[in-house]
Design a binder for this molecule. Structure first.
Ligand code: G4P
Length: 529
C-alpha cells in the first residue's frame, strides 16, 4: 500500500468557535494570510452590513446552493497542511455548526477580552468536551479595554469547567496594551499598533529582567508584570501536554486579531501542541489514519437551493488513507458500491474540483440523495461504521400547519425529507397524528429555510406558530413509559422522527424538578441512535 504517512502527518484540522463578534472571522483571515492563502484580509466574508440573513440565503441559492459559511479553508504553513473548518455563527447558526465540530481534531476558542465567555461559546464548548478534543483559547481584542486577566481565566474555569494555562501573559490593555510576555521563552513581545493589520505588527523581543523594559513598556507596567508573573507561578495550572490533548486543560493566548498581534506566535505554539489526525472509533475498533485505505464519514449535507437541481452536496471528513477522484467506495449504510464523482474542496468563497485528498481533509461530493448524516464510506473490502453523529438540542420550537389541507402528502414528504437532511428536527405529541408537527431548530434562520423550501420545492404553504419551549432533553432510559412520568405544568412529552421519547421545557429549572420527581429518569442533551 502507498505510504501516506507523510501527507497525513502534515495535516492539522481544527474548527474555530466563538460567540458572534468576538473575532473568529478576523482571526481566520490573519491565519490565512500567514499561509499565503489570501492576499488581503477581508476576503473571507463580506461586511456584516451586507449580510442580511434571508437575502444572503437567496443569494446562495443563485450560486447553486453552497453555503459560503460552511466552507473549509486549506492552506500550507511551513511543513503543515492546515484545514480550518468554519463554524457558521450569527443568523446562520444551526445544527451544522455543531456537526462541524464532529469533523475537527481540535478547536480554537476565540473570546472577546472585554466580555469573557459568552453564550454561544458555551454551547459549542460543550460539544468539544463531549468529544474530548483539545481546546485552545485565544483572548482577542487586547487593543481594547479588557477585563482583568485573572478574572478572564477564572471565568473560563468556572463557566466552562476547564483548567487554564496561559502560554503568554498580556501587558496592559486598550490604549495601554504593550504586548505579551511569553512564559516559556521569558521574552516580551512589544506591541506597536499598526493601522492596516495586514502583516504582523512590528515587534521587539526583550528578555524579562532586561534593563530596557522600564522604558519599553513603562515602569508601572513592568512592576505590574513582575507581580502578576509571580502570582501566576504560584496559582495557575502547570502546563501539561497530555492534559491539553485530552481536552482537560486549555492553553491560553492573548492578542489582537485586528492589528495582527499575537497571531503568529499563537499559530506556531498551536501547531506544536496539536497532533495529526488520530485514530477514530468504529464498529470494528479504532481505525488508524495511516494504516488503512480510504475511509470517511458524512457530517453535513447541503441541499441545493435551486429547484432545477435537486442534487445535494455531502460533506465528509476523511478519517484514513488517501482519496482519489472517481474512486469506487463502499457506502456502508446504503449497502452499495458507489463512485465518488466531482469531489470538491472549498476555499473561502470558491469551490474547486480536487484530484486527491488525505486523512484530515474535508471534501464535498455530489449526493444524488443517498447519504444521511453520520454515514460511513470505506474501501470496498471493508465494512466498518464510524460512530454516529448525535442529534443536538434545538432551542427554538414552532408548531407547523399546512395552509391547504389537501396537500397533506406533499407536506409530510417535504418536512420529513428536510428533517432527514438534518436542517430541522421534527417532533410529534403523543396521541396525535401527523396533522400537527412540532419543528425544532438550533438557529431561527432554519424556520425561514423550511418555509421557503416547502413552498418552492414541494408547493406547500405553511404557517408557523412559535412555541415557548427552549429546552429539550432526550429520555435515555430504555423502555420507560413516558406517559407515566410526573412532570411540571410547563413540560411537554413528545417523540422524535425515530420514535424516541423526549421532554420539552419552557424553564431551565423545570428540568431539575422533573428529575427530582422521577428518581429513575436519565435525561440527555444529545440524542443518539
Ligand atoms: P466574528 O467572526 O467572531 O463574528 O467576528 P469578526 O471577526 O467579524 O469581528 C467582529 C468585529 O470585531 C469586527 O468589527 C472586527 O473588525 C472587530 N475585531 C476583531 N478582532 C479585533 C481586535 O483584535 N481588536 C479590535 N479592536 N477589533 C477587532 P466590525 O466593525 O463589527 O466589523 P467590520 O466592519 O470591521 O467587518
Amino acid at each position: 500500500m502507498e505510504d501516506y504517512t507523510k501527507e497525513i502527518n502534515k495535516r492539522r484540522t481544527f474548527a474555530i468557535i466563538s460567540h458572534p463578534d468576538a473575532g473568529k472571522t478576523t482571526l481566520t483571515e490573519k491565519l490565512l494570510l500567514y499561509g499565503g492563502a489570501i492576499n488581503l484580509a477581508g476576503s473571507v466574508k463580506g461586511k456584516k452590513t451586507d449580510r442580511h440573513a434571508v437575502s444572503d440565503w437567496m443569494e446562495i441559492e443563485k450560486q447553486r446552493g453552497i453555503s459560503v459559511t460552511s466552507s473549509v479553508m486549506q492552506f500550507n504553513y511551513g511543513d503543515y497542511c492546515i484545514n480550518i473548518l468554519d463554524t457558521p455563527g450569527h443568523q446562520d447558526f444551526s445544527e451544522d455548526t455543531y456537526r462541524t465540530l464532529m469533523a475537527a481534531d481540535s478547536a480554537v476558542m476565540v473570546i472577546d477580552a472585554s466580555k469573557g465567555v459568552e453564550n454561544q461559546t458555551k454551547k459549542l464548548f460543550k460539544v468539544c468536551v463531549m468529544r474530548g478534543i483539545p481546546i485552545f483559547t485565544f483572548i482577542n481584542k487586547m487593543d481594547r479595554e479588557a477585563k482583568d486577566t485573572f478574572e478572564l481565566l477564572d471565568d473560563i474555569e468556572t463557566v466552562l469547567g476547564i483548567k487554564t494555562c496561559p502560554v503568554n501573559w498580556p501587558i496592559g490593555s486598550g490604549k495601554n496594551f504593550k504586548g505579551v510576555y511569553d512564559r516559556e521563552s521569558k521574552h516580551i513581545l512589544r506591541f506597536f499598533a499598526a493601522n492596516s493589520g495586514q502583516k504582523e505588527v512590528d515587534t521587539i523581543e526583550v528578555n524579562l529582567g532586561d534593563e530596557s523594559l522600564d522604558s519599553l513598556i513603562g515602569k508601572e507596567n513592568h512592576g505590574i508584570l513582575n507581580e502578576e508573573i509571580e502570582l501566576l507561578e504560584g496559582a495557575g495550572s502547570e502546563f501539561d501536554l497530555d492534559e491539553v490533548r485530552q481536552g482537560r486543560l486549555t492553553p491560553v493566548f492573548f492578542g489582537s486579531a485586528l492589528t495582527n498581534f499575537g497571531v503568529k506566535t499563537f499559530l506556531e505554539h498551536f501547531l506544536n501542541m496539536t497532533t495529526p489526525p488520530l485514530s477514530r472509533k468504529s464498529s470494528e475498533g479504532y481505525v488508524d489514519p495511516a494504516e488503512n485505505g480510504f475511509s470517511a464519514f458524512v457530517f453535513k449535507i447541503q441541499a441545493n437551493m435551486n429547484k432545477a437541481h435537486r442534487d445535494r452536496i455531502a460533506f465528509m471528513r476523511i478519517c484514513s488513507g488517501k482519496f482519489e477522484a472517481g474512486m469506487e467506495v463502499n457506502h456502508v449504510q446504503g449497502g452499495k458500491k458507489i463512485r465518488l464523482s466531482q469531489p470538491q474542496q472549498l476555499m473561502a468563497q470558491e469551490r474547486k474540483i480536487i484530484e486527491e485528498a488525505y486523512a484530515g481533509d474535508i471534501i464535498g461530493v455530489f449526493d444524488p440523495g443517498i447519504f444521511s448524516i453520520g454515514d460511513t464510506l470505506c474501501l470496498s473490502d471493508k465494512k466498518f461504521e464510524y460512530e454516529g453523529i448525535p442529534t443536538f438540542s434545538p432551542e427554538h420550537f414552532a408548531k407547523v400547519r399546512q395552509v391547504d389541507t389537501m396537500k397533506r402528502k406533499q407536506f409530510l414528504k417535504g418536512v420529513t425529507q428536510i428533517a432527514q437532511e438534518g436542517a430541522i428536527q421534527i417532533f410529534q405529541e403523543y396521541n396525535t397524528g401527523m396533522e400537527e408537527i412540532i419543528v425544532g431548530v438550533v438557529g431561527v434562520l432554519q424556520f425561514d429555510v423550511l418555509k421557503f423550501r416547502l413552498e418552492s420545492e414541494y408547493g406547500v404553504e405553511i404557517r408557523l406558530e412559535p412555541l415557548g419551549y427552549e429546552y429539550i432533553r432526550w429520555i435515555e432510559n430504555k423502555g420507560l413509559d413516558a406517559s407515566k412520568l410526573n412532570v411540571t405544568a410547563d413540560t411537554k412529552k413528545v417523540k422524535d422522527l425515530k420514535g424516541n421519547p423526549l421532554l420539552l421545557f419552557i424553564h431551565n429549572w423545570s428540568i431539575q424538578t422533573v428529575l427530582d420527581r422521577n428518581k429513575e429518569l436519565r435525561l440527555s442533551e444529545f440524542g443518539r441512535d
